[in-house]
Design a protein around this ligand. Structure first.
Ligand code: ZN
Length: 147
């Protein structure tokens, strides 16, 4: 990765951290889950409203580091309007990009997080929101932890 590309990626992440999208609580969420990454201290709640199989609305709140906040922000923007199946596919792709495969063009904007793969201690920051939404979609009541 060139340093210019790395700078661009960092700018996108910093922008989402400064102005997180969908950072709010939902009035009547049909699903919700809490996530915690003890390695970094990131803690967030993801709420979503399902209309049939479609994610009509999704929001998150909590406190985390820049990568965790930016990941939750971009994830919620990406998942709104997707079906549960599409959301699960995106989760698998995102997780695989960070832990196994590296950059994945299919992920579009979410590809900015491919650079996090070079910093193994931050991977859980980037995947926390995804593990949390995965738990919410599965209807799990227990808080998820990245450990
Ligand atoms: Zn973190």
């Amino acid at each position: 990765m060139t340093s210019e590309l790395r700078d661009l990626y960092q700018q996108v992440i910093l922008d989402h951290n400064r102005k997180p999208r969908n950072f709010r609580t939902l009035a009547n969420p049909s699903r919700a889950a809490e996530g915690y990454n003890p390695l970094c201290g990131d803690r967030l709640t993801v709420e979503l409203t399902l209309e049939g199989e479609v994610i009509r609305d999704i929001g998150f709140h909590g406190s985390g580091c820049a990568i965790s906040n930016a990941s939750a922000s971009m994830m919620t923007a990406d998942l709104k309007g997707k079906t549960v199946t599409e959301a699960e596919e995106a989760f698998e792709r995102f997780r695989a990009m960070l832990t196994e495969n590296g950059p994945d063009a299919e992920l579009g904007k979410l590809g900015v997080f491919a650079g996090v793969r070079e910093f193994p201690s931050r991977i859980k920051c980037a995947t926390l929101a995804w593990h949390t939404v995965h738990a919410a979609l599965a209807g799990k009541a227990e808080p998820v932890t990245t450990e």
